[in-house]
Design a protein around this ligand. Structure first.
Ligand code: UDP
Ligand code: MG
Length: 306
């Protein structure tokens, strides 16, 4: 018998807990040689999520929960799940049934065939606005380059073998980006495709602000290219400055007085703008270092159901 840990971050998902559990029970009826441990990670929900999990736990002891003292974010929830999972492998999935539970069967089969990381890849990105689509495309193109693997259409829906779980759980960094780190660990990989479903109940837990913060954090976590932008800008502006200098010298030799405050203002404003922008980028990396140095935990557990 193989034990599959299901790691499910939930933030205000009271209406989804019961249907989710039911869907998982149905899926495992089709996998007679496997049993599951359903590890909900309650990310500081304000609704009855924890009470719902407790209720289901009283009927099914395979249901467990780690509940945070407040909302720490999905990344923290995923890592708490990885650190506490006891299964031979783990499936990471959302609580809102947007990741179709039936796909677990395909993932499990791939794992049995010897794969250690089974990526869930979206066949399409579901219902997303044009701007959102464009932004995510730029973002994932960048991250794919940084990680050296194609991450477009990737998601947090994955199966990880015990080896990958242990590696990820042992990472010391606090600003994690699970989706990219699960590529970064390597191991024997394959993909399964799934169609993103409509959210079963409730609304998305990501505000636009939270999404932007998530994207910036992830770029900082995995890519040095923003720092390279700073260098490139510096070189560019030095070249423009040299060109202006040569032009001024040439005019002086020819006996023409240098005129034109507008051009001076232009170059100064642009130059200052670039310096500020560059300092901002460097500042963001320093903030990340500061975060890591403080060594605060990524999350605080308030209560558990075992
Ligand atoms: N989630 C979480 N903490 C948060 C935000 C979201 O644990 O701060 C969980 C949420 O309950 C869900 C999963 O992460 O199970 C994905 O969130 P959501 O469905 O809101 O994101 P979307 O599918 O809209 O990208
Ligand atoms: Mg969702």
């Amino acid at each position: 018998m193989n034990l599959v840990s299901l790691i499910v971050p939930c933030f205000n998902e009271e209406a989804n807990i019961e249907p989710f559990h039911k869907a998982i029970v149905d899926v495992f009826k089709e996998l007679p040689k496997a049993d599951f441990e359903l590890m909900f990670v309650d990310d500081g929900s304000k609704d009855k999520t924890f009470a719902k999990i407790k209720e289901i736990h009283s009927q099914d002891r395979r249901v467990k929960c780690i509940s945070f003292s407040r909302n720490f974010g999905k990344e923290a929830a995923l890592f708490a799940g990885l650190r506490n999972a006891t299964g031979d492998c783990a499936v990471i999935m959302d609580a809102d049934l947007q990741h179709p539970p039936k796909t677990i069967i395909d993932m499990y089969k791939q794992w049995k065939a010897g794969y250690e990381v089974v990526e869930g890849v979206k066949t399409d990105r579901g219902k997303e606005g044009l701007i959102h689509k464009l932004m995510t495309k730029i973002f994932y193109d960048r991250i794919s380059k940084a990680v050296g693997m194609d991450m477009r259409n990737s998601s947090d829906f994955k199966l990880l073998d015990r080896k990958a779980i242990d590696t990820l759980a042992s990472l010391k960094e606090r600003n994690t980006f699970f989706r990219a780190l699960s590529f970064w660990v390597g191991f024997n990989k394959t993909t399964v495709y799934y169609e993103v479903q409509e959210r079963a109940s409730g609304t998305t837990k990501w505000s636009s602000k939270a999404l932007v913060r998530y994207a910036i954090n992830n770029v900082l976590c995995f890519s040095y290219s923003p720092l390279q932008i700073v260098t490139t800008l510096g070189i560019l502006f030095s070249l423009v400055g040299i060109a202006f200098g040569i032009d001024a010298l040439y005019s002086w030799i020819k006996g023409n007085a240098i005129s034109g405050y507008p051009s001076l203002l232009f170059i100064m404003c642009l130059g200052f703008g670039c310096i500020m922008f560059s300092l901002g980028i460097i500042g963001m990396y320093i903030a990340q270092i500061y975060d890591e140095v403080k060594q605060r935990p990524q999350y605080i557990v308030g209560r558990t159901i075992e």
